[in-house]
Design a protein around this ligand. Structure first.
Ligand code: AMP
Ligand code: GLY
Length: 418
């Protein structure tokens, strides 16, 4: 079958790579794709938010049997609904279920209503009420924009001044546009974070192997928050006891809650968890594969990804036995100098000899005049498997040494924590 993947990052490269391994997949299209994806898929320069152009493209390519919508924005804006309305098969949640990521006010309401463990919170749409609360609250606390804000709408506030400033930035100065009109003020939680992605067809939910992200720009979790500087899988902190607790108290209740709300979730449901002294709690839900978690999770998948996508779309996930490799996987992100603040693009990328078992997932790359150049903040996800994290880590960092571009930087401590 032929498949269309919507998106252009490291996550989408990994999805395309995994699909390309399937004997059932003949051809992959990717909109818009990137320099690495173009080696395994036909990339077409259509924006992920240009729904009319996407529908025209799928209408006119009768060979496309499935469209996989990977990024948050088109999911939240209803691309899956549009595709289905036009008679096409699509993998991903409809807008009424993607809201679990797109509105923190919704996800907090859901968790409160159904008793799913998460940080205690208050919601404010009225600035004066938020100020009144923040002036008297105990710190630290966390102020979050309700809507999608490119992962930047979460501010950890240590003082009253920071709390009031965050509310002003979001609610008065519209730093995150409409996404910050409503804010959530949350209790500050302490604990280790772990990501659980899961396949869900609305009835059956199958968690994937766990992964840990590194959100801060520099070693030792210093510097600004980024889209993710590296990942590893599996983590030893996610023991089988924690796994069972999370399945019973968080994963299964979330699927049931969404069904009860008339918002059946089909696609990948991502649980961002914090393991606190009071047990595992939800930090956030995402309605999609995580990036760069996908880069370390899908290489461990032994089952055909195309079969899983089809089973999810057809509501047949209970018929598939999803298998994982026992090997560990580490992904080190190479980023452009200056990221996550301003950075230059168009730097030529030189890739030396890489061992066969290193996977190079492109995030922000493009091919210009026949040369591979940088085109984003996160440029490459250098990924390796090994018998354990230490071995995978060694291979990934050895490969990093053979890749260069002007201003390149990466963290040197991916995979060191447990
Ligand atoms: P989010 O975009 O919701 O994943 O938040 C980004 C990061 O902020 C998370 O990965 C956590 O490290 C941190 N964070 C979010 N909410 C809280 C909280 N209630 N307590 C402590 N840290 C948090
Ligand atoms: N790695 C976190 C995310 O995809 O949102």
């Amino acid at each position: 079958m032929n498949v269309l993947v919507i998106g252009s990052g490291g996550r989408e490269h990994t999805i395309c790579w995994s699909l390309a391994k399937s004997p059932k997949v003949d051809k992959i299209y990717c909109l818009p794709g990137n320099g690495g994806i173009s080696k395994i898929a036909q990339c077409v320069p259509i924006s992920v938010m240009d729904f009319d152009a996407i529908i025209d493209f799928v209408d006119s390519h009768k060979d496309i049997e499935l469209t996989v919508v990977a990024p948050d924005d088109p999911l939240a804006a209803g691309l899956v609904d549009r595709l289905e309305a036009a008679g096409h098969r699509a993998f991903g949640p409809r807008a009424n279920a993607a809201i679990i990521e797109a509105s923190k006010a919704f996800s907090k309401y859901l968790m409160k209503k159904y008793g799913i463990p998460t940080a205690r919170y208050e919601e404010f749409s009225d600035y004066d009420k938020a100020v009144e609360y923040l002036a008297k609250a105990k710190y630290p606390l966390v102020v979050k924009a309700d809507g999608l804000a490119l992962g930047k709408g979460v501010i950890i506030c240590n003082t009253r001044e920071e709390g009031l400033q965050a509310a002003k930035d979001m609610m008065i100065d519209s730093k995150f546009k409409d996404a910050g009109k409503t804010v959530i003020v949350e209790e500050f939680m302490v604990g280790q974070e772990v990501s659980i992605l899961s396949f869900c067809d609305g009835k059956t939910i199958v968690p994937m192997v766990n992964a840990r992200d590194h959100k801060r720009a520099y070693d030792g979790d210093k510097g600004l928050n980024t889209g993710g500087m590296g990942t590893f899988s599996p983590s030893a902190i996610y023991t089988s006891e924690v796994e069972k607790e999370v399945l019973d108290n968080i994963i299964l209740p979330t699927v049931e809650a969404m069904n009860k709300e008339g918002r059946t979730f089909k696609g990948v449901l991502y649980f961002g968890l914090m393991l606190t002294d009071e047990g595992a709690k939800v930090v956030e839900y995402n309605a999609r594969f995580g990036d760069p978690e996908t880069q370390v999770v899908l290489p461990r998948l032994k089952t055909d990804l195309a079969d899983i996508f089809n089973a999810v779309v057809d509501g047949q996930l209970d018929k598939i036995d999803i298998q994982w490799s026992d090997e560990a996987c580490v992904c080190v992100v190479m980023a452009s100098g200056g990221y996550p603040e301003s950075y230059e693009k168009g730097k030529e990328i030189t890739i030396g000899e890489l061992p066969d078992d290193v996977l190079l997932f492109h995030a922000g790359t493009a091919v210009k005049d026949g040369k591979l150049v940088t085109s984003g903040g996160r440029v490459l996800g250098v990924t390796a498997m090994g018998k354990d994290i230490a071995e995978a880590r060694k291979k990934a960092y050895a490969a990093v040494k053979n890749i260069s571009f002007d201003g390149a930087f990466c963290r040197s401590d991916i995979g060191i924590k447990k």
